[in-house]
Design a protein around this ligand. Structure first.
Ligand SMILES: [Zn+2]
Length: 133
């Protein structure tokens, strides 16, 4: 059985997509820590971020650098925080979370939101990310 993210990448599971290219996929997190919480996922299945080979590793962080200012502008957040753990799903996923003060990158703050809310955010966000390659 493939992991959840590989199933999403294969189109076998639903997800709220914001942007993708041939190597990477950007989704809305279903349990956002703050509004606009997204996860950036490499299409290559690698469990540990530091096992990821170049140039895929560099491409992942360059994409995060492209995503963050767009996210910041959309949410008017002070900063965009970044977190990678990989315990929930054993496939690298970079959490990019709009934050306004310290200690907001706490998974205990995550709250499930309705499908309608996710769709509304998706409709607002997706066009803003089309400029990324
Ligand atoms: Zn996977």
């Amino acid at each position: 059985m493939k992991c959840v993210f590989c199933q999403i990448i294969d189109g076998k599971m639903e997800a709220v997509k914001i942007w993708e290219n041939d190597q990477l996929l950007l989704l809305l997190d279903r349990k956002p820590i703050n509004r606009g919480h997204v996860i950036l996922i490499p299409k290559m299945h690698v469990e540990n971020i530091f096992d990821m080979p170049e140039p895929a590793y560099g491409a992942l962080f360059l994409a995060a650098k492209d995503v963050a200012p767009i996210l910041q502008k959309l949410t008017q957040a002070k900063r965009v925080g970044l977190a990678i753990e990989g315990f929930g799903v054993p496939h690298i996923h970079v959490h990019l979370v709009p934050v306004n003060k310290g200690n907001q990158l706490n998974p205990l703050r995550a709250k499930e939101v309705s499908a309608a809310t996710l769709r509304r955010v998706q409709r607002k966000f997706a066009p803003a990310f089309r400029a990324i390659h």
